[in-house]
Design a binder for this molecule. Sequence first.
Ligand code: NAD
Ligand code: WQD
Length: 350
Amino acid sequence: MRSILLTGGNGYIGTHTCVSFLKKNYKIIVLDSNVNSSPISLKRVKEIFKLRKNSQENIIFEKGDIRNEIFLRNVFINAIKRNSPIKAVVHFAGLKSVKDSVIDPLSYWDSNLFGALCLLKVMNKYKCKTIVFSSSAAIYGKNIKNPIEEISLIKPISPYGDTKVAVEKILENLFLSDTKHEWRIANLRYFNPIGAHHTGLIGENPYDVPSNIFPYICGVAIGKYKKLNIFGNDWPTKDGTGVRDYIHVMDLADSHLSAMEFLLNNEPQIINLNIGTGIGTSVLELVKIFEKVNNCIIPFDFYDRRLGDVAQLIANNKNAIYKLNWKPKKSLEDMCRDGWKWKKLNPNGY
Ligand code: NAD
Ligand code: WQD
């Protein structure tokens, strides 16, 4: 049986995607440098499957950096030696803070662009030509017209978004240059993933003060932060606060499995897909639902608008639903309940 390689598989979205693939009996290899994650996350994944801790049954862990080509080659060689060559890659590994990317763009280009280049060169060498890439709604920037379609204007407003556009471009170049028509590529453009696996065993584990709203709300709920600062109440939205398309991380995880199976079962192609629910929720609505389902109070104050924010970002997800035999199943209530369960059980992360 061949394996699927998940780069960055120890991270927030990666661990949940491990669950999706293992549920369908795939053999997976998780590659991670743990620069922003803990290897304990994989033990938790195994707990979900009631495997013995440290069991190597369906998951192999390879610790290292995607920018190290020798290490990467060894990951492919080791898989061949185990009689389980890598058939396809889900590429999560990279840095994801919009704010940090403005402060330190070189690190972002190095991890996200140079990392992707190293990976693609090694994939090419070992004739592994199927990839699902973690792209982002950040590539759309200040798009005024919502819901956003895949063909909407691509105009990122941060170095982080720029790196995602650049990798998509490299993948397009690669596909167009491929005279043998072997490359199969899916760029999944995630909107706002939140929540956690319903067991509360795995979840988001930010090392710094979170800049994203959901882990911050959880931090307020657990008493780590006094109150939520809501960035602006004068946006042109239903209640003046920012509107986003929040998607349950398990629905997002499942979209990778569906995209991979779609690629493997169809003609070689390159596809760009928005992965969201198509539903816009304001900050105030999110706070209210969190309070209701978790029976708690989230104190908040209105604060100035955050630099670089936009009023609304909502996905037109019709292409993903149509192509992938996938659709988001979980509600905002599920996202708030599951995310809070993870935080309550793991107040300090893994
Ligand atoms: P994360 O930080 O939790 O996971 C990324 C993982 O990659 C971490 O485990 C980290 O240790 C690893 N990593 C980073 N650089 C590496 C390198 N050079 N070599 C090997 N491992 C490395 O982030 P996440 O939220 O799980 O995001 C996964 C992917 O999805 C990222 O590419 C991110 O840009 C993209 N994305 C995330 C969101 C979001 O809101 N979480 C939205 C859109 C896109
Ligand atoms: C959501 C809403 C804020 C924090 C970011 C990246 C994007 C993608 C997902 C990687 C906005 C408001 C937030 C707070 C607040 N990541 N907010 N108080 O900015 O939509 O997207 O994460 O690819 O690229 O840009 O998500 O969670 O930061 O903000 O009022 O303390 O919550 O203004 O309206 P965002 P977010």
